[in-house]
Design a binder for this molecule. Structure first.
Ligand SMILES: [Fe+2]
Ligand SMILES: [Fe+2]
Length: 231
């Protein structure tokens, strides 16, 4: 039974089959998902009791997104080192590929649709460029600095834990930019005159952000706490 005192991160950890439902409502279960449900949902202007009833119903159902569900269940079973290897081999590869694709598409629709949507697309292009730069630097930091330190210091030391905390802060910053992009695009609703490339760009962005949310959730709520407990 999910209660309003739980956080959305707790919910996804216990019921990974709720990810699709939460993504559909654009609720943050990863980067800033550590407020109790009562507060997080009220802040969104939604009815808390109704949300809880829906969420409990979804949690009790077999997963529609079986992949994400099975993926998180099996991730939880890994050792910390295996988790780090897995993150690098899966999400880091997928997100880099989707980021490159989205960058090309955004540049294309910026030029084509400038006459009618120049102001919005300039903002979107700019926000995305900043997000991409931050994430590329973040992935490099994880792969070349912090994950190697975590593998080396099996029992966490203060310096490594401090580095892990900087990663968590960077996740929050990335989540904030993604929220700005969701607001700017009306949660990826293309304008009426959008061409197929415009629509495809929004699809790729949504796919990228869904993957980033699962990626950050696995780090913030599974891998990093598991590491901190290896005393
Ligand atoms: Fe990562
Ligand atoms: Fe990360």
């Amino acid at each position: 039974m999910i209660t309003k005192e739980m956080t959305l991160a707790d919910v996804v950890k216990e019921h990974p089959n709720t990810i699709g439902f939460l993504n559909g409502l654009h609720l943050d279960y990863c980067c800033g998902g550590h407020d109790p449900i009562a507060r997080a949902i009220a802040e969104k202007g939604m009815d808390v009791d109704r949300f809880l009833a829906d969420l409990n119903r979804v949690a009790a159902r077999p997963s529609a997104q079986r992949d994400a569900h099975a993926d998180i269940e099996s991730f939880k079973e890994l050792s910390v080192n295996e988790m780090l290897d897995d993150l690098e081999a899966t999400h880091h590869v997928t997100d880099r590929k989707l980021m490159a694709e989205a960058e090309q598409l955004l540049n294309k629709i910026l030029v084509v649709h400038y006459p009618h949507h120049g102001e919005m697309l300039t903002k979107l292009h700019h926000l995305y460029a900043g997000l991409k730069a931050e994430l590329e630097e973040h992935f490099a930091k994880e792969e070349r600095l912090v994950f190697p330190l975590m593998r080396e210091h099996v029992h966490p030391d203060k310096a490594t834990i401090d580095y892990v905390d900087t990663l968590i802060n960077e996740h929050t910053n990335a989540g904030d930019i993604i929220k700005e992009i969701q607001d700017l695009t009306g949660n990826f609703t293309p304008p009426a005159d959008a061409c197929p490339t415009f629509q495809h760009t929004y699809k790729v962005l949504e796919e990228l952000f869904d993957d980033i949310f699962i990626h950050i959730f696995k780090e913030n709520s599974i891998a990093f706490p598991e590491y901190a407990e290896q005393e």
